[in-house]
Design a protein around this ligand. Sequence first.
Ligand SMILES: Cc1ncc(COP(=O)(O)O)c(C=O)c1O
Length: 406
Amino acid sequence: MKDDSSATAPSWESLPALRADTPGCEQVIHFNNAGCGLLATPILQTMQAHLTLEARIGGYEAAAARAGEVREFYPELAALIGCGPDNIAFAGSATHAYATALSAIPFERGDVILTTRNDFVSNQLAFLSLRRRFGVDIVHAPDLPAGGVDVEAMALLMKVHRPRLVAATHIPTNSGLVQPVAEIGRHCRELDLLYLVDACQSVGQYPIDVEQIGCDLLTGTCRKFLRGPRGSGFLFVSDRFLRAGYEPLFIDMHGADWTAAGTYRPSATASRFEEWEFPYATVLGCVAAVRYARSVGIEAISRRTPELARRLRAGLDALPGVRALDQGNQLGALVTISIDGWQADEFKTALDARRINSALSFRRFAQFDFADKDVDWCLRLSPHYYNTDGEVSEVVAAIAELQATR
Ligand SMILES: Cc1ncc(COP(=O)(O)O)c(C=O)c1O
């Protein structure tokens, strides 16, 4: 896999320095990185500096003054996921990037979207909306008994249905499952099928290489395991997809040139998927965040972060009344548990009071997965590399203590 070979991975002896760089570490035990990672000081300062510049000299003028650095968004993201700068588009969220990508595919009645039972909730809603409007069929590939999609069964469905689109979420929001997106991609390439990957929870946590995955499109955010700002997302668009002439349904004056009264020409690059208006401070924050992640070292992060989660999962699963729900051959840094005898909000509030950040997932986020696991809600804890073993123990102890009160 391509990775930050130019950057030297730190030994984790640098953990105190990385934590000192992260003001939030003094305030909370932040186990909600799958929601939003804690900002590191260089990222925060980058954004603050730009907002100050906007206030001082004007928003357009500040963008012009920092245009060179803003353009760094493309090579930085490209180096992170193994493509060229012209294959990257900025988006205001991963969901917006996903919807814009979907809008480029001229679905017709009877077209098949082949996906998994663990694709992200908003992606499933988008497919249902396409079904309602255009009459597409949605086919969900079955899971293996151990959890995670059955790739061989999915490949068979590809041959039977010749789907208009194959879509897979690398790590869903509702569990730590890591789906074999490169194996799925290999079948898509063999059959020349369009392939869209949601890498929202994996980017910044694992090395991502779009060539190895074999996708045409890939979406992500900068705010989660990349520790960038909220309100940021990106879309990878392959050369294949660009050359085939796909363009978003609502292209704007940034994505296309209005060449004459009745014609327009889409831009040659992935910028045809962007909008003219940019949150410049956010984009600069993303540049800083990707640089920061690459300097920490994505390979090193991908070893430490899931390992912290593994210890947390094991510690919690051993508690009475607590069940770790994550299933699959590979598990990432999202730890999901069910807890007997508690209401969802009540339990999260009790953790909030101890300054432990967590998140809740509900059946409506994961209709298939939660039905299979027979749960209506779960607590999600998602550590990152800057968390410590001590914090893992503290969270296990806190949950044991709370559980003992029931
Ligand atoms: C797997 C997955 N995909 C997509 C998204 C949506 O990202 P955004 O909120 O940036 O639209 C999320 C958010 O939690 C997610 O977990």
